[in-house]
Design a protein around this ligand. Structure first.
Ligand SMILES: [Zn+2]
Ligand SMILES: [Zn+2]
Length: 415
């Protein structure tokens, strides 16, 4: 037997209903916020992610699904959503439109992750990118989308944590200070951090190892390294969030894993898990070959959201529900039931009929199983008279209805 690949998952039954509901809410919310959908390819040139995500990141160094195609080009399955959107923004000259350009995506995403830790190798990301503004108002708008979404989803105990990494100059100053601090505590760090602190000391702040956490607790704050402009920008983001009624805490330890963030970064945390994270990335468009463009965005893993919602609200249960079951007795009844069922479906009734040629008793059992609210049975006498007994499954109450009026009667009952 061929099984699915480790780190992938089939989504079906009750779970896919939950996904559809979540995706529906995402789409409706984006419509309200004036955010259009974008669907970029599942694979891109590897170079895009190396430049767009950052060479020193774990994603690029060890988590990408990279392959060479028959034209000897190096291609990579999308390991995150932002780079492809930025590539499309530049390629289609979207900067020529009235700005900002606001886009969202719901896409399968691929990373060669450690499946032992329960990580998926194909997972799904909802993301929003807003390009074409340097204003703090744009940061706040992006954050407000995420906040509204989590509220709409009913995620409980959500805390918004925000920070600013400053512009490249501020960040450079902070990196230097942080490197000095970490250098003097090097013996207490985990092996990974010992290795990465030279190239990217910010990443040490992200480390979950207890020994590293203990060191980080006393690390200098990035907020003390911000210049006047970056400080003012961060203050303005906070003022707007306050005006919007979105509660937040300032947490100078939030750095996010990616190299490209500038100024505002943020995370929404629930039950100690990051549900959603993002930030401003003012240099990424230029890095990918476009003109300097202010931009801000966030991403949210749908698997993680489903997991958190299940933990908070209990397992997703399946409640099958159909409007009517058209049972049949005998050959003529079976054939006629198929036609009537199709006519009912076209009229908008959720109808089912027998397609496996069960006994009448087994058909009624099946009608119960699929949650049919009403049922009829078509036998020779019903076909002759054109009248059927419409039975309400829960109460057992029956009424006589003509076949010609069945759709009309049912639509009235179930609507
Ligand atoms: Zn600055
Ligand atoms: Zn560490």
């Amino acid at each position: 037997m061929i099984q699915l690949v480790k780190g992938t998952k089939d989504i079906y039954g009750a779970e896919v209903k939950a996904w559809q509901s979540i995706e529906g809410k995402m789409r409706r919310l984006c419509e309200t916020f004036g955010i259009g959908e974008i669907r970029t390819p599942a694979f891109e040139f590897t170079e895009l992610f190396v430049r767009g995500v950052g060479e020193t990141t774990d994603i690029v160094q060890k988590e990408m699904y990279t392959f060479t195609d028959d034209g000897d080009r190096s291609l990579t399955l999308r390991p995150e959503g932002t780079a492809g959107v930025v590539r499309a923004y530049i390629e289609h000259g979207m900067h020529n439109n009235a700005q900002p350009t606001k886009l969202y995506y719901i896409s399968p995403t691929f990373r060669c992750e450690n499946t032992q830790a329960g990580r998926q190798r194909q997972f799904h990301q909802f993301g929003v990118e807003m390009l074409g503004s340097y204003s703090a108002a744009q940061d706040a708008e992006a954050i407000s989308v995420a906040a509204a979404l989590l509220e709409e989803m009913g995620v409980k105990g959500v805390e918004l944590r925000i920070n600013s990494l400053g512009c490249p100059e501020c960040r450079g100053r902070y990196n230097k200070k942080l490197r000095e601090f970490i250098g003097s505590n090097l013996d207490r760090l985990c092996p990974t951090c010992k290795e990465r602190f030279e190239k990217n000391p910010l990443r040490v702040l992200d480390c979950k190892e207890e020994s590293c956490q203990a060191v980080i607790a006393n690390a200098p704050s990035v907020l003390d390294c911000l210049d006047e402009e970056c400080t003012a920008h961060f203050q303005k983001v906070q003022d707007i969030l306050t005006e919007m009624g979105i509660p937040f805490v300032v947490d100078p330890k939030i750095v996010r894993g990616l190299d490209y963030y500038t100024r505002t970064v943020f995370e929404f945390v629930s039950d100690g898990l990051t549900v959603c994270g993002g930030g401003r990335y003012d240099n990424l468009v230029e890095e990918c070959g476009g003109k300097p463009t202010g931009a801000v965005g966030f991403g949210l893993g749908i698997e993680r959201l489903v997991m958190i919602l299940e933990k908070q609200n209990g397992a997703i249960e399946e409640h099958p529900e159909r409007d009517v079951y058209i049972g049949s007795m005998g050959e003529k009844g079976l054939i006629r039931a198929q036609g009537i069922t199709l006519a009912l479906r076209k009229a908008g009734v959720r109808a089912e009929c027998d397609t496996v040629e069960r006994s009448v008793k087994a058909q009624m059992k099946y009608a119960n199983k699929i949650g049919a609210k009403y049922s009829v049975i078509l036998g020779d006498s019903e076909l002759e008279s054109g009248q059927v007994e419409l039975k309400e499954m829960e109460t057992g109450e029956k009424e006589t209805v003509s076949l010609a009026e069945l759709a009309e009667v049912l639509l009235k009952k179930v609507k």
